[in-house]
Design a protein around this ligand. Sequence first.
Ligand code: HEC
Length: 218
Amino acid sequence: MPVVRSIRKNSNNANAICWINKLKILIGLAVGGLLAALLFVWLGVFNVAATEKHWGITTQILETVRERSIAVRAQSIDVPPLGLPEQVRRGAKNYAAMCAQCHLAPGMEPTELNLGLYPTPPRFFEAEHSPHDPAATFWTIKNGLKLTGMPAWGAFHSDQQIWQLVSFVDKLPALSKQDYLQLVGNGSHTHKGGEQAHEDDPGTHPMKFGNQIQGHEH
Ligand code: HEC
């Protein structure tokens, strides 16, 4: 039956042409999308200024990426006993020297770093910003966070010193300004491999209360 065979052949050809056309459209769209993305970058359309806030959806995506990335990596971390008085005291001193300029502390005036960075460093002494998962907090302090201004502290501080910070950060929301100052004492700060590798003179310490970093005028 040659007529039926030729009809079938024609319809097969038509199907193939239809698929080739669809494929061409898809490739066209992909190339067009890539060119648009390259133009977006090259023409500097995206504003990287810290003063330009992300859209709500961008913030949500970035937060989910960060939370999942940390949660997966923190899973294998064993949390030691926390809240021991000496551990908290040591953590407080290093917090005052290394963290308070960005994350602030009870009774401390906002610093230029806290106000100027975007994303804003969370104020851990405010209960709603206090981190709740010690393993995730440990991981973050040790490794830092890309593209945020949060440094990695693991290179110069032992795991024990980082747990001291975790232990102290956990206590922060319950501390008054007096409690905090008492714990910090003279603000000496310790490094890996040696207690009190350097001491900060309380008179010249940049984190003096109510002052901005010394030696700089407005
Ligand atoms: C130069 C400023 C800066 C310094 C100094 C700094 N941080 Fe951060 N930190 C940040 C920023 C910015 C973020 C990210 C905030 C965000 O992504 O929303 C952050 C995030 C964090 C987080 C994650 C918070 C959360 O809820 O996910 C922890 C924990 C943290 N910092 C602890 C510390 C500790 C402890 C120190 C001191 C050893 C410290 N940081 C020093 C800027 C700083």
